[in-house]
Design a protein around this ligand. Structure first.
Ligand SMILES: Nc1ncnc2c1ncn2[C@@H]1O[C@H](COP(=O)(O)OP(=O)(O)O)[C@@H](O)[C@H]1O
Ligand SMILES: [Mg+2]
Length: 269
């Protein structure tokens, strides 16, 4: 039998005494593309950081392409996992330029510690041009808009031709045109390359036909996972949100979730 692309057993992550992730069991197989959905703070970024090799696990096992992260393989294994997460990298990149950040993806690090080949610089520049960042190649990360940061991180992830692409809210902060471009590019990658995509979003309109699996995460635990059409259902989402949810399909085929409102608005007095 083929080795799973990602295999996670009894994964837990703790911060102090509090569990951020609790007893996660998850297999991602070849040919699957997953949607990960859950409220703010439920542990999505933490889960993806463990898979990307940027967060040590407290207990349990995370196997990526048949390997667990070790001191020996960490940089080479990280390169096989494209990791796009503004909420993660915003804590690390400050003065680094767009070009430096993209090139750092070749080394699985936050900066460039080795000789960079001319060919790599040309590839990095081509990727940035494709993502409409040709005039921002020297711009430091802290001076970029949210959307520009997303594009730089996407280019960083793609430069090492990863086997797995972890996209943590990739549409957040993009203008509508940029978001459509990103969504089309991701769909094309899913359809035309061998990359396995894990896509975190809060926005149902970003759910695309190439996504065939879905996981709902709640308070660090898996609430439900399986085929997307079995998970993204009105009954399941209504229980998940503890309020009535209607799923509507818009004319363009995109989904929309309508949540029953509760009278619990913030009172400022
Ligand atoms: N480095 C950290 N140290 C302590 N707590 C953290 C850290 N990172 C995240 N958390 C907490 O862990 C929980 C899950 O965070 P996160 O994985 O970022 O959630 P999500 O991506 O689903 O919004 C949150 O309650 C958050 O405050
Ligand atoms: Mg997050």
């Amino acid at each position: 039998m083929l080795e799973p692309i990602i295999s996670i057993e009894n994964l837990s992550c703790k911060s102090g005494n509090r569990y951020i992730l609790h007893n996660i069991n998850w297999q991602v197989n070849d040919g699957e593309h997953w949607l990960v959905f859950g409220k703010n703070g439920c542990g999505k970024t933490t889960l993806l950081s463990c898979i990307a090799g940027f967060k040590p696990v407290s207990s349990g096992m995370v196997k990526v392409l048949g390997e667990t992260y070790t001191a020996e393989n960490i940089f080479s294994l990280r390169k096989k996992v494209g990791w796009v997460s503004s909420s993660f990298f915003d804590n690390y990149f400050k003065n680094e330029s767009a070009l430096q950040i993209v090139l750092s993806g070749l080394f699985g690090t936050f900066n460039i510690d080795y000789d960079v080949r001319d060919q790599d610089v040309r590839t990095a520049k081509a990727l940035l041009r494709e993502l409409h960042m040709e005039y921002k190649m020297k711009q430091p990360f802290y001076m970029m808009s949210k959307g520009e940061r997303q594009n730089v991180l996407i280019a960083r992830a793609l430069i090492s031709k990863p086997k797995i692409l972890l996209l943590d809210e990739p549409g957040t902060g993009l203008d509508i045109e940029a978001r459509e471009y990103m969504m089309t590019s991701v769909a094309t990658l899913a359809e035309q390359s061998k990359v396995t995509i894990i896509y975190v979003t809060h926005y149902p309109e970003e759910i695309q036909p190439f996504m065939n699996k879905a996981m709902l995460l709640q308070n660090g635990r898996i609430y439900k996972k399986g085929d997307l059409e079995d998970v993204i259902r009105q009954e399941t989402l209504s229980m998940f949100f503890d309020r009535q949810v209607q799923i509507r399909k818009q004319e363009n085929g995109r989904l929309q979730f309508m949540l029953e409102m509760k009278a619990n608005a913030l009172q400022l007095s």
